[in-house]
Design a protein around this ligand. Structure first.
Ligand SMILES: NC(=O)c1ccc[n+]([C@@H]2O[C@H](COP(=O)([O-])OP(=O)(O)OC[C@H]3O[C@@H](n4cnc5c(N)ncnc54)[C@H](OP(=O)(O)O)[C@@H]3O)[C@@H](O)[C@H]2O)c1
Length: 429
């Protein structure tokens, strides 16, 4: 076993960077396979900002690219964030200099993973990103390593803790989206600009990465269809529950003969399903493989401690010289995503309308759906005290998305319909 000393350069000393430096200072013996780890240099925006650990003895770099290129650094850890800018420049510089890279940056890997993988493989060094998906819960290693002997059919996950927290609080406290979001921001669970989280983009970055690993494709963030939780209303949470479902922000990747479909959207999940049971800020992942069948994991998806643990696990892998192609196959051989033609994909859907309380409305809705060939599975009409108008909810049997969209547009134009129809998919799990 090697007793090599690995000199680590850490760029980014925020939540995750601070967590990593704290971990390494508390665990000086963290030395997989007999090697040694020492932090030889750090970089952040502000040198004078108070940190939860002493950086006075560490070499300081204003420029993370210079840190990545430093002769004193054998392994570069990128914890700055962002798909472009300094994070990308520094990772590229490290790989071009032949240094292994560990990053927690999902945006960077989802949007530039293939080109970075090509750089890493040309240099013969690892590029590892366990912390990028589900923080400390080992989703990347599971798909990339443990499931390499299987063919993954589908992945469905709750991959954003902030959205899960918001939906859970809405349901349990009977509170509106804006109210819970404001509290999440006060508690520090949600960013001042919550768009990445509540708009579904953070979960989209993560499912893009898992889809690439599972299906041997180059990550293609642009091919991911994204809808966040900002339009979810308390009324839908209540109605869905009456029908036996819980609304979750589900990130999914499915493979069929027609191609790969990667999406993030609020979905109705049967109450008894493990994904429906994962509440609060938990993350959860449900995978179906040809041979392994169904696998379910859940755990912390963020936070200094769990995320730093995942970064440390990647550092350990670099030290033990584990080397495999970044996305299962050499970057030059990765296939492009073949997105499924949306007009041919089938969904079961939840449709909620708010209508004027007058005769003939239900008949008109049913007729429009029947004419379009949309078959109704269940129907619920329930007066709700604080709703303006009468809510009508129906679920459909499997139907083409295109056909459903046309029918819903026609229904939305009916004079008795007083709010744009709310359409959500029922999760295929
Ligand atoms: N937070 C989590 O729980 C979590 C979980 C999983 C993955 N991640 C990922 O981990 C990465 C870091 O997240 P975080 O939450 O730790 O972010 P953060 O708290 O905002 O920290 C970002 C760090 O980057 C530094 N920085 C910004 N611009 C820089 C530049 N031009 N040069 C050098 N340093 C620069 C900042 O410096 P200053 O401190 O001086 O401002 C700060 O230390 C992101 O990719 C994120 O998506 C985070």
């Amino acid at each position: 076993m090697s007793t090599r000393n690995w000199r680590v350069g850490v760029a980014g000393l925020g939540t995750v960077g601070a967590g990593l430096l704290t971990f390494l200072s508390e665990r000086p013996g963290f030395a997989p396979a007999g090697g040694l780890v020492s932090v030889s240099g750090v970089s952040a925006r502000s040198r004078s900002r108070p940190r939860p650990f002493d950086i006075s003895g560490l070499a300081w770099f204003d420029d993370p690219v210079a840190l990545a290129q430093s002769d004193e650094v054998d392994l570069f850890v990128e914890l700055i964030g962002g798909s472009d800018g300094p994070a990308k420049a520094a990772v590229e510089a490290a790989l071009k200099a032949g240094k292994p890279v560990v990053t927690a940056n999902k945006a960077l890997i989802a949007e530039h993973g293939a080109e970075l993988a090509a750089l890493a493989e040309a240099a013969g060094v690892p590029l590892l990103f366990e912390a990028a998906v589900m923080g400390g819960t080992p989703a990347v290693k599971m798909v990339r390593e443990a499931m390499v002997g299987d063919d993954v059919r589908s992945i469905s996950g709750i991959l954003n803790g902030t959205c899960n927290f918001i939906l859970t609080e809405m349901e349990q406290g009977g509170r509106a989206f804006e109210d819970v979001l404001a509290e999440a921001q006060r508690l520090g669970y949600a960013e001042a600009d919550p768009t990445m989280d509540v708009g579904g983009f953070d979960a989209a970055h993560k499912i893009t990465i898992l889809a690439a690993l599972a299906f041997n494709c180059a990550p293609d963030f642009a091919a991911c269809e994204v809808e966040g939780v900002d339009q979810v209303e308390l009324l839908d949470i209540r109605m869905a529950k009456d029908l036996g479902y819980r609304i979750k922000l589900i990130a999914s990747a499915d493979r069929s003969d027609e191609g790969v479909s990667v999406r993030v959207h609020p979905s109705l999940v049967p109450l008894a399903h493990p994904l429906a049971q994962a509440g609060g800020a938990l993350n959860a992942l449900f995978i179906e493989g040809e041979r392994l069948g169904r696998i379910f994991i859940q755990g912390a998806g963020a936070g200094a401690g769990p995320t730093a643990a995942a970064v440390a696990a990647d550092i350990a892998d670099v030290m033990t010289q584990a080397m495999r192609p970044v996305f299962q196959r050499p970057a030059t051989e990765l296939a492009a995503f073949t997105p499924v033609d949306r007009s041919r994909s089938l969904v079961r859907a939840y449709l909620r309308l708010l209508v004027k309380d007058e005769p003939g409305v239900i008949a008109a809705v049913s007729e429009t759906l029947a004419e379009a060939g949309v078959s109704i599975e269940s129907f619920l009409q329930k007066p709700v005290e604080d709703a303006e108008g009468v809510p009508i909810v129906l679920t459909t049997h499997a139907v083409s998305e295109a056909v459903l969209a046309q029918a819903v547009e026609r229904i939305g134009g009916h004079p008795a319909v007083i709010q744009a129809p709310r359409l959500m998919r029922i999760a295929r799990i």
